[in-house]
Design a protein around this ligand. Structure first.
Ligand SMILES: [Zn+2]
Length: 648
């Protein structure tokens, strides 16, 4: 038997619930809760779309799914489960990507309301644009650990999902990783790089050896040269790759250990300027450590293996064992084989745990458990069932306001980890009006992009600028040169010949304007080209200028509540409704979040600030809202471990 809320709603509202059609995008952590809430509230016509299939790791919180459903479509099974307790509901399930062109503006116009229960920015951007194009209200949501938020987006009335610039992925400066780590995450990133250098695909951007060009070390050139000579004489490691060297030793764990944790550290110590104001690292020596081992060092502490922090010698042994296992894995795969780092592969995770901890110890940091390192290395923010349930409840509450025509009473609601001064966990904020210079919802969206027209190819304009940065799915680009030259066509193959050419080959120069259209999203963006001949920052191909709204002042210290969470989703390009995102990351993405990190350079996203107003829920007074802060690591590092759902 089902109890429905209909009896307690106004008659007109109850009636409109039973007739209106709503779309739920995503049937994961939030989606399952939301579908249940919708039918129990009295919604009758629901369409749900999700590309994912059910994974074992979903079962602890995505309660519409059972073990027997593993491998099946989330959307389909969610529909069947919901129908069991509300057989009269009319539910349509799509096992598909919402970014599929079949779901065009006409499709979106079928609905009174769209509700996002997504996990990634690409799909969120897309649904935002589709709802703007179709002029359908959208409720956006996200959770990350204990934190969550819900907001309402309505064309012309509120900010859209893209009005506020999202923090871009932060990468750590190479010299922090290679020379002067100051936080555990720096050592974890280093250990992941090291894994790739030794066993995976070598990447020049993932160097792990001391960086002699560190500007902070700033020694005089003669000295640098002498040092370089010395280091070349010193075993010649510099001139051959780390992998070749490791291979030449037969992946000897002790030799690797002494190079990485003794010789390289001693070399760093010679860069004495680095240690004037920092605690100098302490090299480790395998043989010395081995000779100091006491029998009790081998005794393992109690508790779960993943949550233990071993002693230094324990990590030395783990380092040795994991290298031996990885070495034989590599051997089995044959010549030229490479391993791919995966937090769910025990030997790979053991290696990173050991190497990161040894480096933390060398740099005087407290070592961390395998569990903590796994969260940080995989950028996993644990998914918490109750957070999803609260957020799904709030989505329905906001949805009822939208359907009652009370848009003015809609709020952005933040769920915080700790109660605020008024003992509230939920903090409502007034919705902001659209941002006038938003590159999505402004009446004529326009941006200026700084790039070098002689170095930027048409393909990188398409992939990195239009798709990755501006969220287009299938852009067409025309040069405003009076002739309407087509630079990029969304028709397959039509302009492929242009891909490798530089923008300057098409007469594009400083001041050129490009009109970029995405037909599906019904979105046109004008791009003003600002040519720069000097290089932008290293590895930066382009920079967007002038589209960022002015920033709020720096956040007050002691910022505890999260008003926005940068998400630690490991891969920005893996929307669960548009590709196969790893299952356990299905609901860590945030409304205002960012793919704070990539698999290769995990990092927190920088703070992005806004000038929104808090509306105190009791007094109705608006007060300055705290700037958004990134909380991904706090979330990942949550100290109340007993509430955290195991990651796998
Ligand atoms: Zn906007």
């Amino acid at each position: 038997m089902t109890v429905q809320l209909v009896g307690s709603l106004r008659k007109e509202l109850a009636e409109s619930l039973s007739t209106c059609r709503v779309l739920v995008v995503g049937a994961g952590g939030i989606g399952c809760e939301l579908l249940k809430n919708l039918v129990l509230t009295g919604f009758k016509n629901i369409e749900v779309i999700d590309l994912d299939t059910i994974d074992v790791s979903n079962l602890n919180r995505q309660f519409l799914f059972q073990k027997k459903h593993v491998g099946k479509s989330k959307a389909q099974v969610a529909k069947e489960s919901v129908l069991q307790f509300c057989p009269t509901a009319n539910i349509t399930a799509y096992h598909d990507s919402i970014m599929n062109p079949d779901y065009n503006v006409e499709f979106f116009r079928n609905f009174m309301l769209v509700m996002n229960a997504l996990d990634n920015r690409a799909a969120r951007n897309h649904v935002n644009r589709m709802c703007l194009a179709a002029d359908i209200p959208l409720i956006e949501s996200g959770t990350a650990g204990y934190l969550g938020q819900v907001t309402v987006i309505k064309k012309g009335l509120t900010e859209c999902y893209e009005c506020q610039p999202k923090p871009t992925q932060k990468t750590f400066p190479g010299c922090t990783i290679r020379n002067t780590p100051s936080e555990p995450i720096h050592c974890i990133v280093w250990a992941k790089y090291l894994f790739n250098q030794l066993f995976g695909e070598e990447d020049a951007d993932q160097e792990v050896s001391p960086d002699t060009a560190d500007p902070e070390a700033a020694w005089n050139p003669a000295e640098t040269e002498a040092r370089a000579m010395a280091s070349e004489m010193d075993g010649d490691i510099k001139r051959i790759s780390t992998k070749d060297w490791a291979r030449s030793t037969g992946y000897d764990p002790v030799k690797l250990f002494n190079k990485l944790f003794k010789d390289d550290i001693m070399y760093l110590l010679t860069m004495d300027k680095l240690w004037k104001k920092r605690k100098a690292p302490l090299p480790l020596d395998w043989h010395k450590l081995e000779s100091q081992v006491r029998p009790q060092d081998d005794v393992k502490a109690g508790g779960l293996k993943d949550q233990q922090v071993l002693g230094v010698w324990g990590y030395c042994q783990l380092f040795q064992q994991s290298i031996e296992t990885l070495r034989s894995q590599l051997k089995e795969k044959g010549d030229g084989a490479e391993l791919v780092w995966d937090k769910d592969e025990p030997p790979a995770m053991d290696f990173v745990t050991a190497a990161a901890n040894l480096r933390m110890h060398i740099f005087s940091m407290n070592m961390k458990s395998r569990f903590d390192i796994k969260s940080m290395a995989g950028n996993i923010i644990p998914a918490i069932a109750t957070t999803n349930a609260i957020i799904a409840g709030l989505i329905v509450m906001e949805g009822l306001k939208v359907l009652s025509g009370e848009l003015e009473s809609c709020r952005t609601i933040f769920l915080n980890k700790h109660p605020n001064l008024r003992k509230k966990l939920l903090v409502p904020c007034i919705l902001d009006p659209p941002c006038a210079n938003c590159y999505v919802c402004a009446s004529r969206p326009e941006v200026t992009v700084k790039l070098n027209v002689h170095k930027t190819t048409v393909l990188s304009l398409q992939d990195k600028i239009l798709k990755e940065r501006f969220g287009m799915v299938a852009p067409d680009v025309q040069i405003e040169d009076g002739k309407g030259t087509i630079l990029i066509s969304s028709e397959e193959g039509e302009t492929d010949a242009n891909n490798g050419k530089f923008l300057s080959d098409f007469g594009i120069r400083n001041g050129s304007r490009l009109q970029s259209d995405d037909f599906l999203q019904d979105y046109t963006l004008l791009i003003n080209v600002l040519h720069v001949s000097e290089d932008l920052e290293k590895d930066v191909e382009f920079e967007v200028v002038g589209d960022a709204p002015d920033k709020a002042p720096t956040p007050p210290s002691n910022q505890e509540d999260a008003n926005s969470i940068a998400n630690g989703n490991k891969d920005s390009a893996q929307p669960s409704t548009s590709s196969n995102a790893p299952a356990e990351e299905d609901d860590v993405m945030f409304v205002d979040s960012d793919e704070a990190a990539s698999s290769s350079s995990s990092a927190a996203a920088p703070t992005s600030s806004t000038k929104r107003k808090h509306l105190d829920d009791e007094t109705g007074e608006a007060s300055a809202k705290r700037p958004r802060t990134n909380q991904s690591h706090e979330a990942a590092d949550a100290d109340d471990d007993d509430d955290i759902i195991a990651l796998d």
